[in-house]
Design a protein around this ligand. Structure first.
Ligand code: SF4
Length: 440
């Protein structure tokens, strides 16, 4: 069998760099002008409330326009861009289009005659992925002739890396996303992610590494200007190379291990030919995980502050995006509420599989999954319930106040605005150009 081509190209110029990455990876000439092509960027989260730092989090509009232009130059008529971004309110159908407007996609619609859709406002088709695993995928994606997958070069706190395969999670419905974050110790998140590309039409992946993200996938990671593009017609091959670029051997990435097992592919690069830059010249070391104390009871920076009397256990694979979204704000609010006096042995349980620990006086059950599982648990001395999916920020504040932790309501109730405060990190850093997220 011929090896799969994966290109690694330094980003130097608009259009030409993307064109080179695509050509070295074997090109897209197999596409016919009549084909319907679906482009899936990575716009992991969006809000209308503030300007968010997009570097290393969101696919650059530069790469998006270059890819659209390339497809148009190949004579492709039917091009759709679609994403299923997470927003603060899962029922919100408007914010997706605000993202498209802000990222210049509306200009692309006018300039190139393409269309933009919100995946979460469109129909889904249930797909049987085997072993009883069923997920509802965007019908638009499944019915297209080809998918262009444009993930960002980033690590991920739960899945180690988030590249071509993981980016396809944005094409499934919200209930399906929750199913992926289940509490089954065997059929866990990694196994579901490993199957996300199985039912797809042919996928061409171009990893946008103009900016990259250490301790991703969100705004609170450490961003780098990396100027890399990595592309292939083989999603597994490009993910293996992308993982290496981020400093991880593919066998350190559980979903790549499961993919290899299922498709009987090697985990090393023996079935891959890298074109362009040498892998060892561009690979670097990225941490993927947020650092917690050894017992997993508190993030290390909070432990360093001397915070005592509260345990906010490390997230596990079962915590889905909506609960993750509020976590950063809650931890910030707890840190700011610390006045040097230990709180009254409070613990916070999140996700779908955590258990209370003996001796805790108050247990906050954050989210509907924890409430359902533990509301009558006899091991809990005082249960404080924050029901709902996602949990209501006002109820979160009330729960912490009931537990004696006087968090500032503004921080939690306006958690959508938190990414905006991180913009200050990039002020006067010329390598982080907002222009990459605009279409002129
Ligand atoms: S409550 Fe949280 S963990 Fe449970 S399904 Fe909702 S978002 Fe996921």
């Amino acid at each position: 069998m011929n090896p799969s081509l994966v290109s690694i190209v330094r980003y130097e110029k608009p259009y030409e760099s993307v064109q080179k990455a695509v050509e070295l990876a074997g090109g897209l000439s197999h596409l016919k002008p009549s084909d319907h092509v679906f482009i899936k960027p990575n716009i992991v989260f969006w809000t209308t409330k503030t300007v968010i730092p997009k570097w290393g989090v969101i696919t650059t509009s530069r790469v998006m326009e270059d890819m659209v232009r390339l497809l148009k130059d190949l004579g492709i008529h039917h091009i759709t861009i679609g994403e299923g971004s997470v927003t603060a309110d899962p029922k919100d159908k408007e914010t997706q289009f605000h993202a498209y407007e802000a990222l210049g996609y509306k200009t692309l619609e006018k300039r190139y005659g393409i269309k933009c859709v919100s995946i979460l406002a469109r129909p889904f088709t249930k797909v049987d992925l085997g072993d009883g695993m069923k997920l509802s995928f965007s019908s638009d994606v499944l019915e297209s002739d080809a998918v262009i997958d444009l993930p960002v070069l980033k690590t991920h706190a739960q899945t180690t890396v988030s590249l071509g395969i993981k980016n396809l999670k944005g094409t499934i419905s919200i209930p399906s996303r929750k199913r992926c974050h289940n509490a089954d110790p065997v059929m866990n998140l990694h196994r579901w992610v490993a199957r996300l590309s199985d039912s797809m039409p042919p996928v061409f992946t171009l990893i946008d590494g103009i900016f990259s993200n250490e301790r991703g996938p969100a705004f609170d990671g450490r961003m780098r200007r990396s100027n890399l593009l990595i592309a292939s017609n083989d999603i597994f091959a490009v993910d293996k190379v992308g993982a290496r670029v981020l400093g991880y051997a593919p066998d350190e990435v559980p979903h790549l291990k499961y993919y290899a097992e299922r498709h009987q592919r090697p985990l090393d690069l023996s079935d891959v030919e890298v074109k362009g830059e040498a892998l060892e010249d561009v690979a670097d070391a990225y941490q993927y995980d947020f650092q917690y104390t050894e017992d997993g009871a508190l993030p290390k920076p909070m432990a360093k502050m001397g915070i005592q009397g509260v345990s906010y256990y490390k997230y596990d694979l079962s915590m889905c995006t909506y609960c993750s979204g509020i976590t950063g704000a809650v931890l910030t609010a707890i840190s700011m509420a610390w006045k040097g006096q230990p709180w009254d042995d409070v613990e916070v349980l999140t996700g779908k599989q955590m258990s209370p620990r003996p001796g805790k006086k108050k247990t906050i059950l954050l989210g509907q999954c924890m409430c359902k599982l533990h509301k009558d648990n006899p091991d809990i001395q005082e249960a404080i319930l924050v029901d709902g999916c996602p949990p209501d920020p006002k109820a979160v504040v009330a729960a912490f106040h009931q537990a004696g932790i006087k968090v500032d309501p503004n921080i939690i109730e306006n958690y959508e605005q938190l990414p905006g405060f991180l913009m200050a990190r990039y002020k006067d850093k010329l390598e982080f150009e907002e222009a990459f997220f605009k279409i002129e």
